[in-house]
Design a protein. Structure first.
Length: 429
């Protein structure tokens, strides 16, 4: 009797285990309604400035909810929820706004219900844009699971739907100062010197700048070094022009054949009393070759052991006049000088001026051609001082005239002595 009871209990346990093994699930979930609910918004300020290039960050939210869910024994839970936005892409366009979008469509993947994702688009507001309020369209495309049909104890068949929605994002293009370059002049600027870059600029924007400061900046490894890189002009009304003169220096190794780039921009207080900055405008500056001089006079002669005043004629071979010019000669052995400086004054391009130097030559100097270095110090129209490159001055040293005088005296004495001797001979009886 006891054995029969144990056998029955064992059989029941075996049947229970067998039922558990062949059952696919005890209970599963089935959804009868629900789909993604997408919304978008701009993160941060939606105000844009004319002429700026910036990133516009947009949030995309899925707030979809399941309205009804069944839990049944023998039902397989689907791999997808009907509220998940699958393979979502976002595409921002200009629409009727002046905004230019430079970023392609963004692939954001699956977005589950109750989550928020972000995407960023690079945009540009051109200089020609008008201030005002605009709507820029963002198109969102995705799929979602619309139906899940269980076809067996371990199989389920899905149906998906495509959806596309367009959202219009509000942006405001603020009034702003917009720069237009009218002219750039570097007429008095030379390689190795100082001068001015004069820029005439116009406000073609929709705002009047207050407390306006213009700034100029060289680009890269430039030979242009601003001595005065910013100018305060105060109020800068729209449709008005202003002429700015920036003092700069130019390195001596600059190439006069090249136009060197610079950036010009302005900072100002806008119509709301907020600090603002214009977009940077590209300008370029060139300059004249360094002013050069040449000696055009014939070589001067000085006798060995003698003293002479030599006249050296210089020509200005540059493109600009020089002022307060003064020539100096570098005295080296076998020369000495009591006056190695000479004032030349103003020399216009192509004109000449003559310098006078006193030279002494040592008595044992070899007779030959020599070349002494000279230089010219001068100022430009802005009274900036310059020193020219070395200029060779040819000098010819000849034999001393004193040697010939002594020889001639000896010859004359011999002739006189010979004449006296001859005269006495013919007078003797």
């Amino acid at each position: 009797m006891e054995l029969l009871r144990i056998t029955r209990i064992s059989g029941l346990i075996l049947l229970l285990l067998l039922f558990c093994c062949i059952s696919p699930v005890l209970a599963g979930e089935k959804y009868s309604s629900g789909q993604p609910v997408i919304s978008t918004a701009i993160i941060g300020s939606n105000e844009l400035r004319i002429g700026e290039k910036t990133d516009l960050t947009i949030s995309i939210t899925n707030s979809g909810t399941v309205n009804m869910k069944f839990v049944d024994e023998g039902t397989i839970t689907p791999d997808y929820l009907p509220t998940t936005a699958l393979s979502l892409t976002a595409d921002l366009n200009s629409g009727d706004s002046p905004v230019q979008v430079t970023t392609d469509s963004q692939i954001l993947g699956d977005i589950k219900a109750g989550t928020v994702t972000q995407t960023t688009f690079e945009i540009t507001v051109p200089e020609s844009a008008k201030s005002g309020s605009y709507q820029i369209p963002l198109t969102v495309s995705y799929q979602y699971m619309s139906q899940a049909t269980q076809t067996g104890i371990d199989e389920i068949q899905y149906a998906f739907k495509d959806d596309e929605k367009t959202f219009y994002l509000p942006v405001t293009v603020r009034p702003a100062v917009t720069l237009q370059i009218i002219s750039v002049d570097t007429g008095d600027l030379n390689v190795g010197g100082e001068g001015h870059i004069t820029v005439t600029v116009k406000n073609v924007g929709s705002d009047t700048g207050k407390e306006t400061v213009f700034t100029i900046e060289p680009v890269g490894n430039s030979p242009i070094v601003p001595i005065q890189n910013s100018i305060y002009v105060g109020e800068f009304p729209k449709d008005e022009s202003n002429t700015l003169s920036f003092k700069v220096s130019v390195a001596s190794d600059a190439d006069a054949a090249i136009q060197y780039p610079l950036k010009l921009f302005a900072t100002y207080t806008d119509y709301q009393g907020l600090a603002a900055e214009t977009s940077q405008k590209d300008i370029s500056a060139g300059f004249n070759q360094k002013i050069t001089f040449e000696v055009v006079s014939t070589p001067q002669s000085v006798s060995s052991g003698g003293k002479e005043v030599i006249n050296v004629e210089y020509r200005n071979t540059g493109l600009n006049p020089v002022y307060n010019a003064q020539a100096g000669i570098n005295i080296v052995d076998p020369f000495t000088s009591e006056d190695d400086q000479s004032y030349l004054g103003t020399i216009k391009p192509g004109e000449t001026a003559t310098a006078r130097f006193k030279l002494n030559v040592n008595s044992d100097t070899t007779s030959k051609d020599y070349a002494l270095d000279s230089e010219i110090r001068y100022t430009d129209i802005n009274l900036t001082e310059y020193v020219s490159d070395p200029i060779k001055v040819p000098v010819i040293v000849t034999e001393s005239s004193g040697d010939f005088t002594i020889l001639a005296g000896v010859i004359i004495l011999i002739l006189i002595g010979g004449g006296i001797y001859y005269y006495r001979r013919i007078k003797q009886p």
